[in-house]
Ligand binder design. Structure first.
Ligand SMILES: Nc1nc2c(c(=O)[nH]1)N[C@H]1C(S)=C(S)[C@@H](COP(=O)(O)O)O[C@H]1N2
Ligand SMILES: [Mo]
Length: 222
C-alpha cells in the first residue's frame, strides 16, 4: 500500500514538473520570462538567428535607467575637432544608416544578440572635422558614465552609433537615443545615453569601469 502511494506521489510530482517546464519554455527554448520582454512588433529573428529582447532581465547601469527628453537633447562633438558642433536627434538620423547583427557580451557573463541600426561614428565625427593629432574617442553619457575607444579601431571596423534595436527605437533601458555598438569589445565599452563624443590625444584615458580595474582594451575573447 505504501509502495503504491509512493509511486503515485512520484508520478504526480513528475507530471507537475514536466508541465512546469513545457509551460515556461517556448519552441526556441526561450523562457516565458524572456518572451515577455519582447516589445510589441520587436523583430525576434533575423537571417535564421534568434534575436534576444532588447530589454534585458536586469539593469546594471551605474545609477539606473536614464530617460532622455528628446526635445532638449543634443549630441555634442568636441575636443580635437576643427568645428565643435551640437546635433539634434533628427540631424543624426539624416546620415546614412547601417544595419548590423552583433552580440553584446558583458563581463558578468550574459550576452545579447541584437539587430542594430545606426549611423557611422566616422560620419558623425567628420561633420566636426577630426584633427590629425586625435587618436582616442571618449564617449560621455547622461549619467556621467564615460568610456573610450581608439580612433583607428572605430574607423577600421566601421563602428556605428545605434538608434534602433530589433527594428524599433532603442528603449530607454538600452540607451535611448544613442548607444555605441562597440563590436568585439566588452559591454562596458558600449556607452548608452551618449551626449558627447570627445576627440582626444590621450590613449591612456580611463573611463568609469576602466579606472576601476577593467582592461582598457576590453577585447571579447573567442
Ligand atoms: N551610460 C552608461 N552606459 C553604459 C553603462 C552605464 O552604466 N552607463 N553600463 C555599460 C555596461 S557594463 C554594459 S554590459 C552595457 C549594457 O548594460 P546593461 O547590462 O545594464 O544592459 O552598457 C554599458 N553602457
Ligand atoms: Mo557590463
Amino acid at each position: 500500500m505504501q509502495k503504491v502511494l509512493c509511486i503515485s506521489i512520484f508520478l504526480i510530482a513528475f507530471t507537475l514538473l514536466f508541465l512546469g517546464c513545457t509551460e515556461s519554455l517556448g519552441t526556441d527554448g526561450q523562457s516565458s520570462a524572456t518572451v515577455s520582454r519582447y516589445r510589441e512588433s520587436e523583430i525576434r529573428e533575423y537571417q535564421g538567428a534568434n534575436l534576444d529582447p532588447a530589454i534585458g532581465p536586469n539593469d546594471n547601469s551605474i545609477i539606473g535607467v536614464q530617460y532622455v527628453d528628446i526635445d532638449e537633447y543634443n549630441l555634442e562633438i568636441s575636443g580635437l575637432v576643427n568645428n565643435p558642433i551640437k546635433l539634434k536627434y533628427s540631424e543624426v538620423l539624416e546620415l546614412d544608416s547601417y544595419e548590423r547583427l552583433i552580440t553584446l557580451y558583458c563581463v558578468v557573463g550574459w550576452d545579447a544578440t541584437i539587430l542594430w541600426k545606426g549611423v557611422l561614428l566616422e560620419d558623425i565625427m567628420n561633420l566636426a572635422g577630426i584633427k590629425p593629432e586625435a587618436n582616442t574617442v571618449i564617449f560621455h553619457a547622461v549619467d556621467e558614465y564615460t568610456t573610450s575607444l581608439p580612433l583607428d579601431q572605430i574607423l577600421q571596423n566601421d563602428l556605428i552609433l545605434a538608434y534602433s534595436s530589433n527594428g524599433l527605437d532603442l528603449p530607454p533601458e538600452l540607451g535611448y537615443p544613442f548607444m555605441v555598438v562597440a563590436e568585439d569589445k566588452l559591454g562596458y565599452k558600449w556607452a548608452r545615453w551618449v551626449t558627447k563624443i570627445e576627440l582626444s590625444d590621450d590613449p591612456e584615458y580611463l573611463g568609469y569601469w576602466e579606472s576601476r580595474g577593467y582592461s582598457n582594451e576590453a577585447d571579447v575573447e573567442d
